[in-house]
Write a protein that binds this ligand. Structure first.
Ligand SMILES: Nc1ncnc2c1ncn2[C@@H]1O[C@H](COP(=O)(O)OP(=O)(O)O)[C@@H](O)[C@H]1O
Ligand SMILES: [Mg+2]
Length: 471
């Protein structure tokens, strides 16, 4: 689990807060129920004590213990209701105490006398491990001071409170669980638009710059984010288009003058009675002009593919057959360097595309492999279908590409070893063309290489109808 993820942190804080709030609420509930129950009991006891003072003590001749007892017994029957009643004189000697209750819940004679400070209410622990709330009411009757003590067991209250504690105790994990689950759903829902922005942005990053992010009209930060990113994309697209436009226009403008120059030079070279040295120089200029033409043509092709101006045909093509025939045409170049060329294109692999441009891919890759593999080397061409993709691989055991150059080989005009490749006639556009054609076909290209060991270039294109050829 990724604890730094925004999902986790939000759910963590959300559930944590929910648990804290529930704990605080539980404590508050418990405390207020407890206070309320005790307050009610105290009220009842006060009422009874007041009644005893008014109904019994006021009407009974002083110190007639028998009468007091019989009257209290007649009116309240403390033994039947498990009540405790005691009347004390001012010196704490007992004038009356109720009898042992019927349910034997406590022994009234064992209830301790009140402490000297005579508290109004006290909780007295009893020997049988229950407790009693005792209310003391001082009364003044015919010049004498009495203390009426009225008591009741708190056991029932404690049982109720214990039940409440249990409910809260088992309720809390439930609250935590429910809030976590709810939090998870909420967070997922809240972050869904972010995920959709990310997914679309990714598509744009690897695909078409002219796509735009979805804008949810919610007026919140997410809408602003989408709008801002879309503005950024607009500027990026404009800048990119301008750059591509420039290369396309420049290479297009160069084509015509270069063609004229070439034909002029060719005409000059055919001129009779020309000094041999001049003819040679014209030949060399012609060669450079042809090179320049090729560069302009290639640049023009890349620019048009990248701007999407070049229409790529979508015809069912067997990549295997195409690769094989192309390789056979180029086999002579390999033979000249005594490089062995192994072609592994056993089964047909169909893709939709432009066969002339797909052929260009094979030519450029084989051209590189032959160029950058010393004599007696080996080249492997492999076409297959793998995981719903058409795969074309060209591997060699040539000079390889230095690790620091590898990330740049698809850039236009990039050559790992400038001096060397110029001799070989490369302008650094071969792999750029391969990549542009691949992208125009919805595919990808990848290159792996180790300096001094060899290079492997791999193209993946969508299979025709997504079908996978068996074999
Ligand atoms: N098979 C390979 N072996 C070694 N280096 C390679 C290979 N293919 C490409 N490269 C390197 O990548 C650079 C770019 O390749 P590319 O775009 O085809 O340009 P070039 O016109 O030089 O062939 C080359 O200059 C070369 O340094
Ligand atoms: Mg090349």
């Amino acid at each position: 689990m990724n604890t730094r993820a925004i999902h986790f942190r939000l759910i963590f804080w959300y559930s944590g807060m929910a648990v804290m709030v529930s704990l605080a609420f539980g404590a508050y509930t418990y405390r207020s129920v407890q206070m309320r129950l005790y307050a009610e009991m105290e009220q009842t006891l006060t009422r009874r004590a007041t009644q005893i003072a008014g109904n019994v003590l006021a009407h009974v001749p002083v110190e007639n213990r028998g009468k007091i007892a019989s009257r209290i017994h007649a009116v309240y029957s403390p033994e039947a209701g498990s009540h405790f009643i005691r009347i004390l004189r001012s010196d704490h000697s007992i004038l009356y105490v109720s009898g042992i209750p019927k349910d034997d819940a406590f022994d009234p004679r064992q209830v301790p006398l009140p402490p000297d400070n005579d508290p109004r209410v006290r909780i007295e622990p009893l020997p049988n491990s229950s407790s009693m709330m005792i209310l003391s009411l001082p009364v003044n009757e015919t010049g004498r001071h009495y203390l009426i003590e009225m008591g009741a067991l708190t056991d029932d209250l404690e049982v109720a409170l214990h039940g409440l504690i249990m409910t809260l105790f088992f309720g809390l994990p439930m609250v935590a669980l429910i809030t976590s689950a709810g939090g998870y759903i909420l967070v997922r829902r809240a972050l869904k638009p972010v995920e959709s922005i990310r997914a679309t942005a990714e598509q744009i990053a690897f695909g078409n710059l002219s796509n735009r992010l979805p804008v949810a009209c919610t007026g919140d930060a997410l809408e602003h984010l989408s709008v801002t990113l879309n503005q950024m994309l607009e500027r990026l697209e404009a800048a990119y288009e301008q750059a591509s436009r420039f290369s396309a226009d420049a290479s297009h403008e160069l084509r015509t003058p270069l063609t004229i120059m070439r034909s002029e030079l060719e005409a000059m070279a055919r001129e009779k009675n020309m000094p041999a040295s001049l003819r040679e120089r014209i030949g060399s200029v012609l060669e450079e002009t042809e090179r320049l033409s090729r560069i302009a043509e290639n640049l023009f092709a890349i620019s048009r593919l990248d701007t999407g101006e070049a229409k790529v045909q979508h015809i069912r093509v067997d990549l295997a057959t195409l690769a094989q025939s192309t390789a056979e045409q180029m086999a002579l170049l390999a033979e000249e360097k005594q490089i062995s060329l192994h072609i592994n294109t056993l089964i047909p692999v169909f893709v939709y595309g432009d066969s002339a441009r797909l052929k260009q891919i094979v030519v450029n890759l084989l051209d590189n492999a032959i160029k950058y593999t010393p004599g007696h080397g080996m080249i492997l061409l492999n076409v297959k279908a793998a995981s719903h993709k058409a795969v074309l691989e060209v591997a060699d055991n040539g000079i390889g590409i230095p690790a620091d150059a590898l990330p740049h080989v698809f850039n236009r005009f990039y050559r790992a070893d400038k001096a060397r490749t110029r001799e070989m006639g490369g302008a650094g556009l071969g792999l750029s063309i391969v990549r542009s054609i691949c992208q125009a076909h919805g595919g990808i290209v990848d290159i792996e290489s180790r300096e001094g060991e060899g290079t492997a270039c791999r193209i993946e294109l969508p299979l025709a109808n997504g079908e996978e050829q068996k074999g």
